[in-house]
Design a protein around this ligand. Structure first.
Ligand SMILES: [Cu+2]
Length: 142
């Protein structure tokens, strides 16, 4: 290897490390800035969840399958229907909490309630019995 080649390689290494540290700084700056304002919008004591209805291998599923809160929490659910196809409406119901909604694709719905009853409560789509739902766990107040 010639001296000239070594010099070139050293120069490339210096440039590469400068580029990496610059990229890290940009990533850190981008990561720090937008993260902060979001929780400030949240009311204190409110537990927020986004539930999405998806289709996987022909099965329609509300995800996540389990959400857990504590008794007395104010709960905010954002419901999104992401199931493709001609039928653009899916249901979301938690009978124990008298919640029943129809969620149209591209029109998210927000549901808020106070989880005043402890226990495990099912949520599912009231329009399609095969559509897989999940469980709301409300832990009793200590
Ligand atoms: Cu459905």
């Amino acid at each position: 290897m010639t001296k000239a080649m070594l010099k070139t390689m050293a120069a490339i290494a210096v440039v590469a490390s400068l580029m990496i540290s610059a990229a890290n700084r940009i990533a850190m700056a981008q990561g720090a800035a937008p993260a902060a304002p979001a929780p400030a919008m949240e009311e204190p004591g409110t537990r927020s969840f986004t539930l999405v209805s998806i289709e996987a291998d022909g099965a329609k599923i509300w995800l996540p399958s389990v959400i857990a809160v504590e008794q007395g929490d104010k709960v905010k659910l954002t419901l999104k229907n992401l199931v493709p196809g001609a039928d653009n409406k899916h249901g979301f119901t938690i009978p124990a909490y008298n919640i029943t909604e129809v969620v149209t694709r591209d029109e998210p719905k927000t549901v808020t309630f106070v989880a005043d009853k402890a226990g495990v409560f099912q949520y599912f789509c009231q329009l399609h019995p095969a559509h897989i739902g999940g469980s709301l766990i409300v832990e009793p107040k200590k």
